[in-house]
Design a protein around this ligand. Structure first.
Ligand code: TPP
Ligand code: SF4
Length: 273
């Protein structure tokens, strides 16, 4: 089963109104996710996909799993409830950088801290894509957005460091340019028992690229390529050479007690009291 993948099987046949702009990275990320599920031979019934509002949040509408399209910033809160009610399911969250690190930042860090068994895929396109391109907590310095028309001077969250510092037990980052490696990380995240965060650096060429005078759709992808470096290569680079570069790879993979398991153990121990 795991070789050939029939994507149609995983997509809702009655939901054909695909609303992503042509070339949006969200499609490649969805493809990597479906491939990961397929290669792990996980049944569709055993997966619950939860998303917030944003272009990235549309994923839950397109796929034929158990899904919930929730409110902006809150998918982790809904996913926490699902995981506690159905601990045997693979519970996956899709959210944008705005959804997960701005309005939903609080839910994000506490899921990491609790080490609850969720796979959180943060689609970091460095902007609020859906609402026309306002700056987010990951917009790079100098970038023009609707709300930083003279260039962004604000500091950025490093999502990997945020997740690691908050306590996530599997943390990885890749770009949309490397779907095979991305699939591998998503597979590892799904298999990991605990809070897994996969940051995917993606392109919103429409609301970020165009505003920054990137004339062709792939100019933003070229920019991503120039500004990211795999960990194996980064290890051989000096601090000066790494200025302005984002390192990709796997950053954390550790075992720690998982929240849901501890909750059920506690319930069991209290039986009859
Ligand atoms: C509570 C709430 N606040 C604000 C909005 C408006 N809103 C919808 S999507 C969005 C930002 C989307 O950006 P991001 O989460 O990065 O996702 P993207 O569209 O880039 O994938 C905002 C502010 C909303 N729908 N609900
Ligand atoms: S606005 Fe940006 S993030 Fe949204 S679908 Fe278009 S390219 Fe993708």
């Amino acid at each position: 089963m795991a070789g050939y993948i029939n994507y149609e099987y995983y997509l809702r046949q009655d939901y054909r109104n695909l609303q992503w702009c042509p070339g949006c990275g969200d499609g490649a990320i969805l493809q990597a996710f479906l491939r990961a599920v397929h290669e792990l031979e996980i049944s569709k019934d055993d997966v619950a996909v939860v998303s917030g509002i944003g272009c990235s949040g549309r994923i839950s509408g397109y796929i034929d799993f158990n899904t919930m399209h929730t409110t902006h910033g809150r998918p982790v809160a809904f996913a926490t409830g699902i995981k506690l009610a159905a601990p045997d399911k693979y519970v996956v969250v899709f959210g944008g950088d705005g959804d997960q690190t701005a309005i939903g930042g609080n839910h994000f860090i506490h899921a990491c801290r609790r080490n609850i068994d969720l796979t959180i895929i943060v689609i970091n396109n460095n902007v609020y894509g859906m609402t026309g391109g306002q700056y987010s907590p990951t917009t790079p310095n100098g970038f023009k957005t609707q709300t930083t028309p003279y260039g962004n001077y604000d500091n950025q969250f490093d999502i990997v460091k945020l997740a690691t510092g908050a306590g996530a037990t599997y943390v990885a980052r890749e770009t949309v340019l490397k779907p095979v490696i991305l699939t591998k990380y998503i597979k590892k995240a799904l298999q990991h028992k605990g809070c897994s965060v996969v940051e995917v650096i993606s392109n919103c060429h429409i609301n970020l690229g165009r505003r920054n005078k990137m004339k062709s759709p792939h100019a933003l992808l070229d920019w991503i390529k120039e500004h990211t470096v795999p960990m194996s290569k980064a290890k051989k680079m000096s601090e000066e050479e790494l200025v302005g570069k984002v390192v990709t790879g796997e950053f954390v993979e550790i075992d720690k007690p998982e929240f849901t398991e501890q909750y059920y153990k506690l319930c069991e121990s209290l039986k009859g009291e």
